[in-house]
Design a protein around this ligand. Structure first.
Ligand SMILES: Cc1cc2nc3c(=O)[nH]c(=O)nc-3n(C[C@H](O)[C@H](O)[C@H](O)COP(=O)(O)OP(=O)(O)OC[C@H]3O[C@@H](n4cnc5c(N)ncnc54)[C@H](O)[C@@H]3O)c2cc1C
Length: 312
């Protein structure tokens, strides 16, 4: 069987590409390495998303579920827990090879987000020793934070939004190495107005404890002074190292670990399109709404590629 379109990744971009492919009556198989929903379910299921048009505020996991239901109702076939390893060529078609099988397609959309999420590490003593014993890289279930002292490291949207979730149930600290947060102003305002303790111009020097984390040592201020903060949980949120070394192997032109695309979301490889966090172009803004917009374009470009001659 030859699929019209195979979409790699079932985050907002991949699921939207599926919806738009189906509206043009292309058969669409979406292959997802982990859980459907992408970062919304893997990294911040409990967080509120407040900037997706049409939803003033929705929980990330619920928004992901809506994306999934929408794709399924339009007739997309979705494979979960199946990782794509290779995109080969067979005569005029592409063959997507996974850890479970091989699938032939007329065109492919790559929507793999930031790859398979490898969080950046601080590289300080105690970080590896206390991994999963108090040190983590995503927000633990809120229930596990009740009455705990939780310290977040980072100054972007992600760290601050997680802190805003934790603050309702835990004593919450944010440590940032600069004098200003780089998160959106509306989020920073909410942090400042809350009971979260922010420690600026500060760096973690060590994470310590006995059988689990009980403190961090930080160097803060100007001139820097060393001090100890007693905490139970340290959530490190300083970005992700993309695990996307296979992109070049897939024959795609890459810049800074991201796929270069044209305005029609075409990649350097014939029949392969891309969208979402994995693509780069001037002015790229990594958000759900932009991922979805690019996905609509990618699916439409794939349609034009498949339906030859395209007459519009
Ligand atoms: C903490 C945090 C908070 C955020 N908050 C917001 C917000 O409030 N509003 C907003 O608009 N944006 C927000 N974002 C950004 C938003 O989540 C991303 O822009 C969006 O998820 C990008 O969608 P995507 O489909 O391109 O990628 P992803 O969501 O990363 O999905 C890609 C999918 O591809 C899969 N995949 C990867 N490699 C393979 C492979 N080889 N084979 C098969 N599948 C593979 C992954 O498992 C993943 O499920 C936030 C991000 C973070 C980290």
């Amino acid at each position: 069987m030859v699929h019209d379109l195979i979409i790699i990744g079932a985050g907002p971009a991949g699921l939207t590409a599926g919806v738009f492919a189906r509206s043009r009556k292309l058969s669409a198989l979406i292959i997802e390495a982990g859980m459907v929903g992408g970062q919304l379910v893997t990294l911040y299921p409990d967080k509120g998303v407040e900037n997706y048009p049409g939803c003033t505020m929705t929980q990330a996991a619920k928004l992901a579920q809506r994306f999934k239901t929408h794709a399924q109702r339009t007739g997309c076939e979705i494979h979960e827990n199946e990782r794509v390893r290779e995109i080969a060529t067979k005569e005029e078609h592409l063959v997507v090879e996974t850890d479970k099988g091989e699938y032939e397609a007329k065109a492919v959309v790559v929507a793999i987000g930031i790859g398979l999420f490898k969080p950046k590490k601080l590289g300080v003593p105690g970080e590896d020793e206390f991994a999963d014993r108090g040190v983590c890289y995503k927000l633990p279930d809120k229930d596990r934070l009740v009455n705990k002292r939780v310290l977040f490291v980072g100054g972007g949207n992600s760290a601050l939004e997680m802190a805003l979730i934790a603050k309702d149930v835990a004593d919450t600290f944010v440590v940032h190495r600069r004098d200003k947060f780089r998160a959106d102003e509306s989020i920073v305002d909410r942090v400042i107005a809350s009971n979260i303790q922010t420690i600026m111009n500060a760096e973690i020097e060590e994470i310590g404890g006995d059988d689990k984390v009980d403190h961090v040592a930080i160097k803060a201020g100007n001139p820097p002074v060393r001090k100890r903060i007693d905490v139970d949980v340290v959530v490190i949120n300083i970005g992700f190292t993309p695990e996307v070394e296979y992109l070049e192997k897939w024959g795609l032109e890459v810049e800074n670990d991201q796929i270069q695309v044209g305005s029609d979301m075409r990649t350097s490889r014939r029949g392969v399109f891309a969208c979402g966090d994995i693509v780069t172009y001037e002015g790229k803004y990594r958000q759900i709404v932009t991922a979805c917009g690019e996905a609509a374009t990618a699916a439409n470009s794939a349609y034009k590629f498949i339906i030859k001659p395209y007459w519009a």
